[in-house]
Design a protein around this ligand. Structure first.
Ligand SMILES: *Cc1c(COP(=O)(O)O)cnc(C)c1O
Length: 463
């Protein structure tokens, strides 16, 4: 399988190259040149199989011959061995025809682990074989950073530098990033918001000298391998609910559009998904885009679902690429305009194609809190605020006989204060994390400025 850039002006890469590179040199994102296809019979045969076996089958066409079958099975086994549930990503019913897909049983209690644990194992095998080292730089609104740190801590072929917006992540999120003791882990508290961090990351990738000097690699949700890993749980959950004989719909709490884009990929490659519903919090650029066709940035307003607090939704570019018949020049023009004017407008044709696959809804702060309380009162289930936004949006969809699966993206204990405010219950951290608040923290505060951040990275990776 070859990978091409959404801006049509970067070299084609293999899976391994795309995984190790992240962002394309023309500023675009890598996508598969063609979509593989799973027949209903192939999907039916997934019923009753383990998460790992389905993962192997779903991802195999995307990785091609990057790894031998035995290597790839071993990578998958290691990636999910540390999950605290034998089903890895179990589903749970919360109402008539309403289900939660629990994606938070990994080491950092958020869905980012599902992809990041796999990436850690794949990087290790690929880099060992090449005899290389890389510097992984990530920007996080909270959960990606700790997931990357957990996936790479102690691997000596990899330095990890994580930038997070100072003062804008929850205490559990921050401590998960600042308490690991391994010397290959570096955590930067950046003055600014998540978009500042993500902008710095993009600028670093576009500084080719710096990129080559530190052997920069990205594992943010722009990395194709992450999207690929997330396609798997759409399959396991849909098959558990009767696919391919029955259609399934999904509602996804959305920020950077990586998770829901994986749902779109699942549909493109054959999974019978009826609707894909984008749930946003008060930072609702994607909901507004669906309503009007205008993709217009406003300021980020901090919320109690911080991992969704963004206005630049990077993976949306991958969808726009398909909406524009995979014409890189058109995508390039739109995203240049977004950079200069802060907005672009989708063509009528593109908007119609968007509506053919997706619906959307927005959930305010008050509604998020009220949803946590209602679901707790009626089912005893404690939701994290991100999951609550999506449960609310799912509940507003037209009644349907098709099962609705809402992605539960974090454990409620990661956002304990907000959850306690909402329903009076303070969710507990699982035992393996009980001492998180006693561990020492290690972080470097830095201005939201490219030169300042590059200087620190150069110093650190030499040390
Ligand atoms: C990252 C994250 C999201 C948003 O996912 P995207 O792939 O960025 O759209 C939602 N909820 C939680 C808990 C997250 O960590």
């Amino acid at each position: 399988m070859k990978y091409i850039s959404t801006r049509g002006n970067a070299p084609e890469l293999s899976f391994e190259q795309a995984m190790l590179t992240g962002l394309a040199r023309d500023g675009g994102l890598y996508v598969p040149e063609t979509w593989p296809s799973f027949s209903p019979d192939q999907i039916a045969a997934m019923a009753g199989k383990s998460y790992e076996d389905v993962a192997f089958e779903v991802m195999k066409p995307f990785v091609g011959d990057t790894f031998t079958d035995a290597e790839f099975r071993d990578i998958i086994a290691k990636a999910y061995a540390g999950f605290g549930h034998p089903a890895r990503c179990p589903i749970k019913q919360i109402d008539n025809n309403q289900f939660l897909l629990e994606l938070f049983h990994g080491p950092t209690l958020a869905f980012k682990d599902v992809a990041m644990q796999l990436i850690g194992q794949m990087f290790q095998v690929a880099l060992k074989r090449r005899g290389e080292t890389v510097t992984i730089v990530g920007a996080t609104s909270g959960d990606t950073g700790s997931a990357a740190i957990e996936a790479f801590r102690g691997l000596d072929a990899v330095n990890v530098v994580i930038m997070f917006p100072h003062g804008r992540v929850s205490e559990v999120q921050r401590r998960q990033m600042t308490t690991p003791v391994e010397s290959n882990i570096h955590t930067l508290a950046v003055d600014g918001d998540f978009d500042t961090c993500q902008g710095l990351l993009k600028d670093m990738f576009n500084d080719f000298d710096f990129r080559d000097e530190v052997r920069l690699a990205g594992v943010n949700s722009i990395n194709w391998a992450r999207v690929m890993a997330q396609v798997v749980y759409f399959f396991t959950s849909a098959v558990a609910l009767g696919a391919p004989h029955r259609k399934v719909s999904f509602t996804v709490p959305t920020g950077n559009f990586g998770d829901i884009f994986a749902g779109y990929v699942a549909k493109r490659i054959g999974l019978p998904i009826e609707r894909l519903v984008i749930a946003t919090n008060q930072n609702d650029i994607l909901h507004r885009t669906l309503q009007s066709g205008d993709h217009a940035k406003t300021g980020v307003v901090p919320s109690i679902s911080p991992s969704m607090d963004i206005q630049v939704s990077s993976n949306f570019e991958r969808l726009v690429f398909d909406l524009y018949d995979r014409e890189g020049a058109a995508v390039s023009q739109l995203f240049d305009q977004l950079k200069t004017d802060g907005a672009f407008t989708l063509s009528q044709g593109a908007l119609a194609r968007l509506h053919a696959e997706f619906d959307s809804g927005r959930c305010s702060e008050t509604e998020t809190l009220a949803t946590i309380k209602t679901v707790f009162d009626t089912t005893g289930e404690v939701l994290c605020p991100h999951t609550a936004t999506a449960v609310k949006v799912a509940s507003e969809q037209p009644a349907s006989a098709t099962p609705m699966v809402t992605l539960a993206t974090a454990h409620p204990a990661k956002f304990g204060a907000a959850v306690k405010d909402a329903c009076g219950v303070e969710p507990e951290l699982p035992p393996r994390m009980a001492d998180l608040f006693d561990r020492d923290e290690r972080q470097t505060r830095v201005a939201g400025d490219l030169a300042a951040v590059q200087k620190i990275i150069r110093e650190r990776i030499k040390a």
